[in-house]
Design a protein around this ligand. Structure first.
Ligand SMILES: Nc1ncnc2c1ncn2[C@@H]1O[C@H](COP(=O)(O)OP(=O)(O)OP(=O)(O)O)[C@@H](O)[C@H]1O
Ligand SMILES: [Mg+2]
Length: 277
């Protein structure tokens, strides 16, 4: 599944290409995403406390933490679906929720596919929203259906697909948005381990060929270490960043060699220790 990994046609509207203005501070830091002292509460529930994080353009960052610690809240806040009670979030020079939402492609934890649209029309919707005709949008989505083991299911509605299939359609739809920033919330959680490994390999190869800025939320420490360059461990609620692991692993070797290497094992131990503390 790793060969020929590609997100599809080159995207024409990278923020820089479109001549987006950079404020002096963002130009100096060249950060793709910047969170400063973000606090989020929902009534009595304090979800996030003092989260500060700077993510460089085309950096891949993993977020791991126990259930309910605020991982999805963090992605929703970055994407502009919620505005934090305190602190600030910028995606490049975009600071308002609406502007942030336009800059990124969010794959939410629940697939949120439109039940009345077929699988391929769900995937194509991101391109249609950008003015591409439905027929052409379908043609662009079709190769990824084959690549992700969904060939022949293009015309099925979400109710006719398995949970893992729906998750792959939602992932595909996120990629089809052709955004420079991908916010992925447990993108492979519903998949069996073989399909999941295949998807991970595909994503890693695609990102090496066409880098994107990625924030990957996952329960799976191995997945975070394998796919990202930096892993942030979040504590149980109220969620705060309790450890940062830089995962500069040599990746040009088979997966089983990576996961059994001493560097990988040490990183995993450190992540698990932080999760248990
Ligand atoms: N819109 C909301 N309204 C009220 N409470 C919310 C809302 N969104 C999240 N919460 C609460 O905030 C806390 C963090 O939720 P969040 O979904 O971010 O956790 P998570 O780390 O993604 O968990 P999981 O690993 O189970 O997906 C939880 O206590 C949840 O109940
Ligand atoms: Mg979540």
């Amino acid at each position: 599944m790793a060969a020929e990994a590609s997100f599809g046609p080159p995207h024409a509207t990278q923020p820089e290409a479109a001549g987006a203005r950079l404020t002096p501070s963002m130009a100096a830091s060249a950060a793709a995403i910047e969170l400063r002292q973000v606090h989020q509460r929902f009534g009595e529930v304090v979800a996030l406390v003092d989260v500060s994080l700077t993510i460089d353009r085309h950096e891949r960052v993993g977020i791991v933490g126990p259930s309910g610690c605020g991982k999805s809240t963090l992605l929703s806040a970055i994407a502009g679906l919620i505005q934090p009670n305190k602190g600030s979030i910028a995606i490049g020079d975009a600071i308002t929720p609406e502007e942030r939402l336009r800059r990124c492609a969010l794959m939410p934890q629940r697939d949120l596919l439109l039940p009345w649209r077929t699988a391929i029309d769900n995937a194509a919707i991101a391109l249609e929203n950008r003015g591409v005709r439905r027929g052409e949008a379908r043609e662009r989505a079709r190769p990824l259906f084959e690549r992700f083991g969904l060939a022949k299911f293009e015309q099925r509605t979400p109710a006719e697909l398995s949970g893992g299939m729906r998750q792959r359609v939602a992932f595909l739809r996120t990629l089809m948005a052709q955004k420079d920033i991908l916010l992925l919330d447990e993108p492979f959680a519903a998949l069996d381990s073989i399909t999941r490994s295949g998807m991970q390999e595909w994503l890693l190869t695609a990102l090496q060929q066409e880098p994107r800025t990625v924030v990957l939320v996952t329960h799976d420490v191995d997945e975070a270490l394998l796919l990202t360059q930096r892993v942030m461990v979040i504590s149980a609620r109220p969620g705060r960043i309790v450890r940062t692991l830089v995962t500069d692993l040599a990746r040009d070797r088979p997966r089983r060699e990576i996961v059994t290497s001493s560097e990988f094992t040490a990183l995993k131990e450190s992540a698990l220790e932080a999760l248990e503390s």
